[in-house]
Design a protein around this ligand. Structure first.
Ligand SMILES: NC(=O)c1ccc[n+]([C@@H]2O[C@H](COP(=O)([O-])OP(=O)(O)OC[C@H]3O[C@@H](n4cnc5c(N)ncnc54)[C@H](OP(=O)(O)O)[C@@H]3O)[C@@H](O)[C@H]2O)c1
Length: 315
């Protein structure tokens, strides 16, 4: 059992912005404030940083470990963080080594929720999930999740071990999960954890027009100038709904994800206290049937959601 919203920590050690934005002390404060405000799921991964994100989370939860569900991921491995290059490795050998490293960096005895970050096209799902199941038996992991799995891949996974959470991108401009994965979660009693519920910041209407080369959005098709010009229409229409409700666009975007089902637990990411507090208040924003219909009617985004091959096959 976790709170209605979790906290995504990826942006605290890279991914968005530039090194000047990545402030460990400020991020630790954000995580601790989130815990004060009732957030119980903290989302990280070996990939983030790489590695330093788990260390940061470990420092933030020190002394308060029992208050939180730690969710981390294995199987997406950094090749070069500055270039944003990574590759999928869900071989049992990697998983078995990676878990011990994550436990060490997080400073915990057990990982509450351990995700396979991506399906690995070179390894049978039964082998990867089988290796994860051995970690549960060994007491290193409590529950298994997967990220960016199709319904077919989910079926293969649950044939080996229960899957308690499925993470995939879902937001007002990425709705693929609604067609298959989300109903699968409902039918199989799994949580659906939408990542990038704010469209990597775009849906808030506050994203800069130029990015540092290390900011992954500098490479994402949706953030290229021509696509942005078209996608600005989505933000304008979200803003109209937000103004009518006396809310912010970020709150509308998060409330829309929450409205997609009781099994949905979004994990908006931020490294700023003011955004954290704004985002958590979205749990109290009720969207009417008319609001939802207006948001469901938003135009499709122009441009693919990622430039990485690991995303291109996901639905
Ligand atoms: N499984 C996967 O493959 C996968 C992929 C991506 C992400 N994730 C997880 O999902 C989490 C959330 O996704 P995300 O971080 O990619 O994207 P997101 O939550 O959609 O957006 C994060 C961006 O929005 C900005 N932001 C947050 N709240 C805001 C507000 N109220 N107003 C204006 N801007 C705001 C943040 O800025 P600041 O950083 O400046 O606060 C950051 O740039 C990640 O942290 C990570 O844990 C998982």
């Amino acid at each position: 059992m976790v709170g209605e919203l979790g906290l995504g920590c990826m942006g605290m050690t890279g991914a968005y912005g530039s090194p000047a934005d990545w402030d460990e002390a400020a991020s630790i404060e954000v995580i601790r404030r989130a815990m004060d405000l009732g957030v119980t799921m903290i989302d990280t991964a070996e990939l983030y940083g790489p590695w330093v994100n788990e260390k940061l989370v470990g420092k933030a939860i020190a002394g308060r470990r029992d208050e939180v569900t730690i969710a981390t991921k294995t199987g997406l491995v950094s090749v070069d963080p500055e270039l944003g290059l990574n590759h999928v490795d869900c071989r049992p050998m990697h998983i078995k080594l990676a878990v011990d490293a994550s436990l060490y960096r997080l400073g915990v005895d057990v990982i509450d929720l351990y995700y396979l970050h991506r399906p690995d096209p070179t390894v049978p799902i039964a082998e990867s999930v089988g290796a994860m199941a051995e970690l549960v038996q060994a007491g290193k992991v409590r529950h298994i999740g997967v990220s960016e799995y199709s319904v077919q891949q989910l079926e293969q996974a649950v044939a080996v071990h229960p899957i308690v959470a499925v993470q995939s991108e879902m937001s007002l401009w990425t709705r693929d999960a609604l067609a298959g994965v989300l109903p699968w979660c409902e039918a199989n009693d799994a949580a659906f954890v939408p990542f990038s519920p704010l469209g990597r910041g775009f849906l808030t209407g506050t994203v800069a027009t130029t990015f540092d080369a290390r900011d992954m959005r500098s490479r994402h098709p949706r953030f290229q100038p021509e696509a942005r010009d078209a996608n600005d229409l989505i933000v304008a229409r979200i803003r109209t709904v937000a103004e009518r409700l006396g809310a912010s666009p970020a709150q509308v975007a998060i409330a829309w994800t929450l409205a997609q089902g009781a099994q949905v637990i979004p994990i908006p990411g931020t490294k700023r206290l003011k955004y954290l507090e704004e985002n958590l208040a979205a749990a109290d924003l009720v969207l009417s049937a008319d609001d939802l219909a207006e948001l469901d009617d938003l135009p499709e985004a122009v441009g693919h959601r990622s430039n990485m091959p690991q995303f291109l096959g996901a639905r």
